[in-house]
Design a protein around this ligand. Structure first.
Ligand SMILES: N[C@@H](CCC[C@H](N)C(=O)O)C(=O)O
Length: 273
């Protein structure tokens, strides 16, 4: 099985080209591929498959030729992955499966429009963030209030009054399972000195702490903007893996940043066994 490795601000993925939907990928296989010692290592898997061959999404995918089948590193399925869409689009262009410019991608959360050149940053229209009130995360016995934001997948974005570096995210933050029955991605967000600039760390559902999360950065900006009494504007989000730009307007949100492919290889059958 051919694979490509890529990342977006160090949120890293194993890309599995499966244009004809020949691959049945089990959660255990995904977890083995993503294992950083016994496998290739990644925060998640992006299976690249023709949308028309995936009945669960084909009906709502419009003209999106390619479906991003995203899996977390524990093998669980997620609705959306913002950095994943950017890396997926970079792969399509570099593989000659799409031309530079704008293209629609199918995801489990709906169609996302991605814009990119032959090289350089990738921008994705992430859709309108949905805010469902407030909730709380717990870290090391301390409670942090946050905003419940849906980016197609669930987020709890907590603006905190301290630097994010000091948080112990080696253990999953606690959350209210009655609010998030399917689990949640938890962001901790600290405003920086420059206007519209925040630092963020994230504990992702199904992957643990990662060095970046695209849907999480948009949720973080929604929470930071909400705290600042703003609803639109361009924000810089500093994550452990680099910098991303999030733009909010009344209708939608955009995520812009680097997406890089770093390796090609073959997975041996023994990893799938
Ligand atoms: N890293 C992703 C989000 C991946 C899915 C998430 N862990 C979930 O389960 O919802 C991103 O860049 O958005």
């Amino acid at each position: 099985m051919h694979f490509v490795k890529g990342h977006g601000t160090e949120n890293d993925f194993v890309i599995l080209p499966d244009p004809d939907a020949a691959l049945t990928l089990t959660p255990a296989q995904v977890a083995r591929i993503c294992d950083r010692r016994a496998g290739i290592g990644a925060d998640g898997v992006l299976r690249v498959v023709r949308t028309k061959l995936v009945p669960e999404v084909a009906d709502q995918a419009g003209d999106a030729e390619w479906f991003m089948d995203y899996r977390n590193s524990d093998g669980s399925v997620a609705e959306m992955c913002g950095n994943g869409t950017r890396v997926f689009a970079r792969y399509l262009v570099e593989a000659g499966l799409a031309a530079p410019g704008s293209l629609n991608l199918a995801t489990r959360a709906g169609v996302r429009r991605v814009s990119l050149g032959a090289t350089g940053d990738v921008r994705v229209d992430m859709g309108k963030p949905r805010v469902y009130g407030t909730s709380r995360a717990t870290v090391a016995g301390r409670e942090y209030p946050g905003l419940h934001v849906s980016m197609g997948n669930p987020h709890l974005a907590c603006v905190i009054g301290e630097p994010v570096d000091g948080l112990d995210l080696s253990v999953a933050p606690g959350y209210d399972a009655s609010v998030y029955p399917e689990g949640v991605n938890v962001e901790f967000v600290a405003p920086l000195a420059e206007p519209r600039s925040v630092a963020m760390r994230v504990f992702e559902r199904g992957s643990g702490e990662t060095r970046s999360c695209g849907t999480g950065t948009v949720a973080a900006v929604v929470a930071a903007a909400h705290a600042a009494g703003e609803v639109s504007g361009e924000w810089r989000v500093a994550v452990p893996g680099g910098d991303l730009v999030v733009t909010l307007d009344e209708e939608t949100s955009f995520l812009t940043g680097p997406a890089v492919l770093v390796a090609d290889g073959e997975i041996r059958d023994s990893l799938f066994a």
